[in-house]
Design a protein around this ligand. Structure first.
Ligand SMILES: Nc1ncnc2c1ncn2[C@@H]1O[C@H](COP(=O)(O)OP(=O)(O)OP(=O)(O)O)[C@@H](O)[C@H]1O
Length: 915
């Protein structure tokens, strides 16, 4: 089985990899929704399909064409941020972005802002502005700016000001400038604002246009008339906005004077248009304004974002929001109310975009900044924050990711420990937010972030408007699904999300539903990002009724009227279940959540829970490589090429990262991680001969010494060169870029690697490997327990509860709610009965045959057990090993039992690597 990247960025103890290899289509069967078939026999053929090869293409050297040298006078002439340079000529505008510092005469300046804003409102449609056909535009904005603006989601510009109107009712339009750049400017800028009479005039204009096709004179007059109306409309809006902004200004001042319920309520009404706070919101906002670090646990869709947005308006410094996924950041950014200027930093941005965002932070033009936890590896990022651009609040969104006992642990979240935040960023207050955390997870998160137990705000983690049901399903789940979709209440529901475990399933199901006249699209991380956002857009605008998706869909999706969520496959934990059903009924209306339960999915998922495990022996070898690399080079740069190391030690890349992070952030700091880098450089010289250039440039001289030459190209390792000249990898990259800009060289980088410097070499490798192995195995067991709890809750609903807890027929809301809430509130460490087999009479014999038929291969017990359970690993990829008919044959037997049997059989084989 191949890993599917739809794990939402999860790592070792998080969501296990998704399987991409399709099982054989289920044979036709007659069971219906009610005729369940819980005793599913495992059919090995379902588990041994051919896998899609994931081999990466060897990269080709770039054609050696030197780029044209740029002009000195215009260093980055075509960049979108050029548009905003006028900011520096008008420093007062920066104040606009901080409600904290709104100047007294602010509103009177609004008129001049709108003068600038007018062209930007018309940016897309106005022929006088740059378009692909008119690249220059009246303002001389070049076509590149036009072409690139779509990408500039975080362009919170200071001379393209806030939207003049729309202070009331935050409707997800977010910051105007960002939305401009999302290609929807016009739509958003005017959305819902034109009054009836204006619409009437527009349609009058349109119909007139049709009638008088050739009457150009009257058309011109009509356009002029339209423009006058539009300008009047705009002026009115600006006046309204000025008035409303003044009110917001007043309300902010009032809250700063006294954070009373009344003052906060007024601000809520003005900025969001909501009448009252929801449960938990006011409490959380007040705690944060009191600078008390807080743990906030509210159900999905309960309005957690507002709990940092309001403080961001009041607090003097920046609010830094840490999000696990870029998509989530962008989504949150879009949902900021227009009065709060936001930005984000991510590795997907171009250096110029990052530089511009940093500049805006430094001039105080950004109030809320979204970053990924990986950003904390970057020394440049940490150095942005100074006495003038300081952080008032750090928000840890999806805070459960901090804990390895959560369903979605991310090692990079370990970087968010309070001690580190305080030491590096001088952070006073932390707000941690989640919708799904067990007591164990909460304790862990609060301890890492040093949040006192008394500062926990926790409300029930399930909303009452979700009607929950489960049904057993056998071999023809697709047919069951179709029947469900064609029955009440699902037929009446406008928007439905169907969650599947594997990418191939989403495509298969969406084809099947399409064939049965249902408007549907599939969504998973294998689909190009552009298409994914299009699908999300179509779904949000009700142009597609159903989305069949993996876990990749939904995080941050705030479509209020999703009426149903169907789980085609069992979720991996109750946390995942709650997150996903939480996409339904965000408008508070009754919504339907159905789960199909089948044993095969459970067995397969349970096997996958073991795909991250590592043997002590492998960890020991890994540690040797990590530290022997730099035995004599304390403080020097070291790197570990991800792909080759992963294959060599048979450890997944995410697990290697987890281990390295533990070595950095554990009790003893053994190393310091640096940003990841492509470390192998293949370089061509163009203008000057290499030796002549080496005479003038120390780095080039070192490159010549440290390179291998292949067909006239110089191939070298960036950290090696950096170490030799006593520079950082960033310095080397910058110098290379500089030479490239001068037309001297072209180069290509490959081999993504983890980079680090060694702080201390461990004194006892064996003890350290034992410790890390034990930890990884505890994390693995925790994941297995979570899956068992999910399975148990679903089985209980269909098999056991029968009219207990008020359940009725196929509706299981009371018992599922109870089981879920008990799980979140109680001890999640306890084992529950499971269906997994503990022995098989043929197991040992099959292992023996398997080993005999693969005498040339070297196996560990774990490797054998993985193959028998159909789990791919870096050294035993499914492309090769799924061809054996033993692949996945023992998926229904406990992994540990299979591993023990493999160990015993391996011991009988002399010459094998037995552990
Ligand atoms: N006091 C309120 N009154 C009415 N609607 C509100 C209120 N607070 C927030 N909302 C709305 O509720 C919706 C969900 O808010 P938000 O996205 O912040 O939820 P969330 O708790 O972060 O959910 P998730 O965990 O699923 O991301 C938004 O549309 C938001 O505008």
């Amino acid at each position: 089985m191949e890993t599917d990247s739809d794990s939402g960025g999860s790592h070792i103890s998080a969501t296990p990899p998704r399987c991409q290899n399709p099982p054989s289509p289920p044979p036709p069967q007659t069971n219906t929704l009610s005729s369940s078939n819980s005793k599913v026999r495992v059919n090995p053929s379902h588990l041994s399909e051919t896998k899609k090869p994931t081999k990466s293409k060897p990269s080709q050297p770039a054609p050696p064409t030197p780029p044209p040298p740029p002009s000195d006078s215009t260093p980055l002439p075509t960049l979108p941020f050029q548009i905003r340079r006028s900011f520096s000529q008008n420093p007062s505008i920066s104040a606009f972005n901080s409600l904290e510092t709104l100047p007294a005469g602010f509103c009177s300046r609004l008129a001049s802002f709108t003068k600038i804003q007018k062209p930007s409102l018309r940016f897309e449609n106005d022929q006088s502005l740059p378009t692909p056909s008119n690249p220059q535009g009246i303002n001389g904005i070049k076509s590149d700016a036009f072409a690139k603006k779509k990408k500039q989601i975080n362009l919170v510009s200071v001379d393209v000001p806030l939207p003049p109107a729309k202070l009331r009712k935050c409707n997800g339009e977010g910051n105007f400038v960002r939305l401009n750049l999302n290609n929807n400017k016009r739509k958003f800028a005017n959305k819902g604002k034109r009054n009836k009479s204006f619409r009437g005039k527009l349609s009058y204009r349109r119909s007139k246009k049709k009638l008088n096709k050739n009457e150009t004179e009257s058309k011109g007059a009509e356009d002029e008339y339209g423009l006058i109306i539009e300008n009047l409309e705009q002026n009115q809006k600006n006046r309204r906005a000025a008035g409303e902004l003044e009110l917001v200004e007043d309300a902010v001042r009032a809250v700063k004077d006294e954070a009373s319920n009344e003052n906060l309520g007024r601000l809520l009404r003005l900025v969001y248009g909501y009448d009252s706070f929801r449960d938990g919101q006011l409490e959380a906002i007040k705690m944060v304004l009191d600078k008390k670090s807080t743990m906030l646990v509210l159900p999905t869709g309960a309005g957690k974002s507002l709990c940092y947005q309001i403080p961001a308006m009041i607090l003097p410094g920046l609010t830094l929001v840490v999000c696990p996924l870029v998509a989530l950041m962008i989504d949150q950014l879009r949902h900021l109310p227009p009065v709060i200027h936001g930005g984000f930093l991510s590795s997907s941005q171009r250096p110029e975009e990052v530089a511009e965002t940093i500049r805006l932070i430094q001039v105080g033009a950004i109030k809320v900044l979204f970053v990924s936890p990986e950003r904390f590896l970057n020394a440049d990022f940490l150095s942005i924050f100074t006495a003038t651009s300081f952080i008032s609040l750090v928000v840890v969104d999806e805070a459960h990711c901090v804990s390895e006992w959560s369903h979605n642990f991310r090692p990079s979240y370990m970087r968010l420990r309070a001690s580190l935040l305080r030491a590096r960023l001088n952070v006073e207050c932390i707000l941690a937010m989640t919708a799904t955390a067990t007591t164990t997870t909460l304790r862990d998160v609060m301890s890492a972030l040093e949040i006192p137990l008394s500062n926990l705000i926790q409300k029930a983690q399930l909303r009452d408007n979700l009607q929950l049901s489960v049904s057993l399903s056998g071999n023809n789940r697709m047919k069951d699904l179709l029947m469900l979709m064609k029955s009440s209440p699902f037929t009446e529901v406008q928007s439905i999300i169907i969650y599947c475990k594997f990418q191939f399933e989403t495509d298969l199901i969406s084809r099947y539903l399409c064939d049965n006249s249902i408007s549907v699209k599939s969504y998973h991380s294998g689909i190009p990002a552009k298409d994914r956002s299009r699908i999300q857009e179509l779904f949000c605008s009700n142009k597609i009724r159903v989305v069949v998706a993996t876990v990749a869909f939904g995080m941050g999706l705030d479509k209020r009227d999703v009426g149903a969520v169907i789980h085609y496959s069992l979720p991996e934990s109750l946390e995942e279940y709650v997150q996903e059903i939480g996409r339904a009924g965000r408008d508070g209306r009754l919504s339907y959540c159905h789960l199909f339960l089948d044993d095969i999915t459970y067995f397969r998922l349970r096997s996958l829970m073991y795909s991250d495990g590592v043997d002590e022996y492998a960890i020991n070898k890994f540690l040797c490589q990590v530290f022997t690399n730099g035995m004599n080079s304390h403080g020097k740069l070291c790197s570990l090429v991800k792909e080759s190391a992963s294959r060599k030690f048979d450890i997944k890349e995410e697990v290697m990262l987890t281990l390295l992070t533990c070595l950095e952030l554990g009790e003893i700091q053994y190393l310091q991680l640096l940003p990841e880098l492509n470390v192998t450089c293949t370089l061509n010289f163009h203008k000057t001969t290499p030796t002549l250039l080496a005479d003038k440039d120390k780095m080039v001289a070192t490159i010549l010494k440290k390179s291998e030459t292949k067909q006239g190209q110089y191939v070298f390792d960036i950290p090696t060169v950096a170490n030799s000249i006593g520079a950082t990898t960033i310095d080397v990259s910058n110098q290379l870029l500089n030479l490239k800009m001068r037309g001297e060289i072209t180069y290509e980088l490959k081999d993504p690697a983890y980079c680090y410097t060694i702080v201390e070499v461990p004194s006892d490798f064996c003890a350290l490997s034992a410790h890390l192995t034990k930890w990884l195995s505890e994390v693995e067991n925790c994941k297995v327990r979570k899956l068992d709890r999910m399975f148990h809750a679903a089985v209980f609903a269909v098999d056991v509860c029968e009219k207990m807890h008020g359940c009725n027929g196929s509706l299981h809301t009371p018992c599922l709610q109870k089981n879920t809430l008990d799980y979140f509130r109680g001890d999640d460490n306890c084992d529950v009965p499971n269906k997994i087999g503990q022995s098989s009479p043929f197991l040992r014999a099959d292992i023996k045959v398997f080993l005999q038929s693969n005498l040339n291969a070297k196996f560990t017990p774990r490797a054998v057990a993985r193959i028998l359970q159909g789990i791919a690993s870096p050294a035993y990829p499914s492309t090769i090993w799924s061809k054996t008919h033993f692949w996945g044959r023992y998926v229904q037997i406990n992994f540990q039992v299979v591993m023990e049997a493999a160990k015993a059989e391996l011991l009988n084989f002399a010459g094998k690597d037995v552990l």
